[in-house]
Ligand binder design. Sequence first.
Ligand code: 13P
Ligand code: SF4
Length: 344
Amino acid sequence: MSPTQIYEELMAKIGRYTPEAELHIKAQLAYEINQLKETRNAVILGHNYMEPALFHSVPDITGDSLYLSRQAAATDKDIIVFCGVRFMAETAKILNPHKTVLIPALPAGCSLAASITAEDVRQLKAQFPGVPVVTYVNTYADVKAESDICCTSGNAHAVVESLGTDTIIFLPDEYLAANVAQETGKHIIFPTKNGHTQYDTTLDYQMVGWNGRCEVHEKFTVADIEAIRHDHPDVLILAHPECSPEVVAASDYSGSTTGLIRVVEQTDAPEYLLLTECSMGDNIAAANPQKNMLRLCSVRCPHMNQIQLKDTRDALLYTQHVVEVPEPIRARAYRAVERMLQIG
Ligand code: 13P
Ligand code: SF4
């Protein structure tokens, strides 16, 4: 596609809320990226939270973290450019040690991944010997390496059920853990906030959590939902499970980013409200112009927002920033990720 064709396509999809001059610049960058992708034999994976112009122009594959992990495992390209945050690019590297994995912007972190260290996990394992450790993929490779199995928001319930044990350690998202505990009928405890938790290991805890939170999803409140329902009684409210259990309970559906997209595509509600990152709301609105999307959102993930078209072009042009995971850590993290991928 020429820059003009890309511009026209972007204009049709997101022209309503993007200035024309900005779209011209972005269409030119997208054109350069698509050329470079061919010459470098690269694949671009784009998370659902990518900004609309990028999301609708350059990724070969878009999706939630589970789907993108599966696609990263299956690619035959030489280079994987991960338009998402660092833990996602690391997961791609864990699955593809011999490929070049690039992340377009180094500061693309995640408040959940930053909330826990490998040493924290080792201490929990010492306190609860023999209890299996499930870690959310929103963690860094050294934390995954200490885990028995990973999960995403799309399969957390299935992963917990697959273990068949009475008790599990589920890290690091406090809210996801509480939502999964609710779904699976388990009781959950959390460490105290001072970081020096004394557990009474004689008690029959069924799930041990951690105090990590997503800095985006923790902002949504039940009061927000009540206010919207008051003015829009027929609205269908969809929440990501990184929202608090109270917010999830007050919503109509909870699921991974792709789960939320599917509900919008496959149902016919008069109005929809998404309680998740803002760009995804824009992306869904662009893909479903006939649906009435309410906006309660100025909550952009500052980490996902680091990834822009110019960075993505430069990643391919200068082979930057190369994601590396030391082999001993990668090999152990691989077991936890691969075990997750085996679950349907
Ligand atoms: P998904 O796995 O649902 O795509 O979510 C990833 C994420 O970081 C949500 O904040
Ligand atoms: Fe992490 Fe939250 Fe951003 Fe997702 S939205 S990458 S969980 S900070």
